[in-house]
Design a protein. Structure first.
Length: 343
C-alpha cells in the first residue's frame, strides 16, 4: 500500500444516479492501495439529491469531505475549490460520472513514483458512448487550443490527472478567476508524463455539458489562456490592408494601360467592403471578448462561494483561511464551530 497521503477531487453537478457508485468504486480503490486518503466531493449547486446522498455517506465515512457551493459556478471553479482545500501530497482530479476509471489511480501513482514526475495526465485512446459530433468537435478543440497556446498542450486529455504538492501549491497561487485548469497545470511546468486509457461511457444519467456550456468553455479556454487570437486579428488586419493595396494598384494599372478592359460596376466595391467589414467586425469581436475578460477580473467577484462543508477537522482551518481569498468566499455557516471558537 502507498503511504502517500492522497486527495481525490470529484466535482459533481446533478449526479444522483451515479454519485453513490462513484463513491463506492473510489473507496474500494483507495482502501486497497492507500494508507491515508481523502475524497473531496464538490457539490456544484446540484438541484437533485446529490448532496443528501453525499451527506448520508459522509456520516459513515470521515474520509469523505464535501464542499457545497451556494449555486452552480461550473466545473472549473469546483476543481479549483478542491485543489485549494486538499491536504494530500498528491491530488487526483476525476469526474463523478465514471467515464474516467477510478481503477487507473494506482497505476498513475506507480508511474509518478517510477518517473519521479510531478504530473501524470491521462490520454484518451477512445471515447465510448459519445456522438460523432462530440468526438469531432473535441478533436478540433484540442488541436485548436494547442495551436493557439503559448506552451504545447497534450492532445486528447481532460482534467483527469495526478498532480503533486509542488504543482498544487503553484496552481493555488495563480490569481486569475476564470481558469482553464488543464492548460494552467501544463503552463506551470515541472515534469509531466502521460498514461493512456480507454474512456468509458457514463455509468448512468446524461452529460451535464450542454452545447452551450461546451462553447462557453471553449471560449474561456481560448481567450483566457492565450493571446494568439489578438495576434491573429492583427495579422488579418495586415492581410486586409495588403489586399486593399494590391487591388488599388491593379485598378490604377488597368485604368492607365488597359482602359477598355476596366469593368464599371459595383461588384468589386461590394466585395472589398464586405471583406474589410468582416475583418473589422472579427477584430472588434475579439477585442471585445478580451475587454470582457478584463472587466470580469477587475470586478473582483469570487470564483465561487462555499455554502457548507462536511467532515472538516480543526486541521482544515488554514485551508478555510486560504479559501477566504479574493478568488473565493466562504459562508459563515460553512465554518465549523470548533474552528470559530479557536479563532
Amino acid at each position: 500500500m502507498y503511504p502517500i497521503y492522497t486527495s481525490v477531487i470529484i466535482p459533481c453537478y446533478n449526479e444522483q444516479q451515479v454519485i453513490e457508485e462513484s463513491y463506492l468504486r473510489l473507496t474500494k480503490v483507495m482502501q486497497a492501495n492507500f494508507q491515508r486518503y481523502e475524497l473531496i466531493f464538490i457539490n456544484d449547486g446540484s438541484k437533485d439529491n446529490t448532496l443528501p446522498i453525499l451527506s448520508g455517506l459522509a456520516k459513515k465515512d470521515a474520509n469523505l469531505k464535501i464542499l457545497s457551493f451556494s449555486r452552480n459556478f461550473g466545473h472549473q471553479p469546483a476543481v479549483s475549490a478542491g485543489l485549494a482545500q486538499c491536504s494530500g501530497e498528491l491530488a487526483i482530479i476525476i469526474d463523478a460520472d465514471l467515464q474516467d476509471p477510478p481503477e487507473l489511480i494506482p497505476a498513475m501513482v506507480a508511474l509518478q513514483i517510477k518517473e519521479a514526475c510531478n504530473v501524470v495526465y491521462a490520454v484518451r485512446q477512445s471515447r465510448q458512448g459519445e456522438t460523432v459530433f462530440k468526438k469531432i468537435t473535441a478533436k478540433l478543440f484540442y488541436r485548436t487550443i494547442n495551436y493557439l497556446s503559448e506552451v504545447p498542450l497534450p492532445l486528447d486529455t481532460g482534467d483527469f490527472r495526478l498532480i503533486d504538492r509542488k504543482v498544487i501549491d503553484a496552481f493555488n497561487r495563480l490569481p486569475e478567476r476564470n481558469k482553464y485548469i488543464r492548460g494552467l497545470i501544463t503552463w506551470v511546468g515541472f515534469k509531466q508524463v502521460p498514461i493512456s486509457y480507454e474512456r468509458s461511457e457514463r455509468f448512468a444519467g446524461e452529460t451535464k455539458y450542454s452545447l452551450g456550456k461546451m462553447l462557453r468553455f471553449a471560449r474561456t479556454s481560448l481567450l483566457y489562456f492565450s493571446n494568439k487570437p489578438l495576434r491573429i486579428a492583427s495579422s488579418l488586419g495586415v492581410v486586409a490592408v495588403l489586399i486593399g493595396l494590391i487591388l488599388t494598384l491593379w485598378v490604377f494599372y488597368v485604368k492607365i494601360f488597359k482602359p477598355n478592359e476596366l469593368v464599371h460596376g459595383w461588384s468589386s466595391i461590394l466585395i472589398i467592403v464586405i471583406f474589410f467589414g468582416g475583418v473589422q467586425m472579427l477584430t472588434i469581436g475579439i477585442l471585445g471578448e478580451y475587454l470582457s475578460s478584463i472587466f470580469n477580473e477587475i470586478k473582483g467577484r469570487p470564483e465561487f462561494i462555499i455554502d457548507d462543508v462536511v467532515n472538516l477537522t480543526p486541521d482544515s482551518s488554514t485551508k478555510l483561511d486560504k479559501l477566504e481569498s479574493p478568488t473565493a468566499l466562504v459562508s459563515p455557516k460553512a465554518i465549523p464551530s470548533s474552528l470559530l471558537s479557536n479563532s
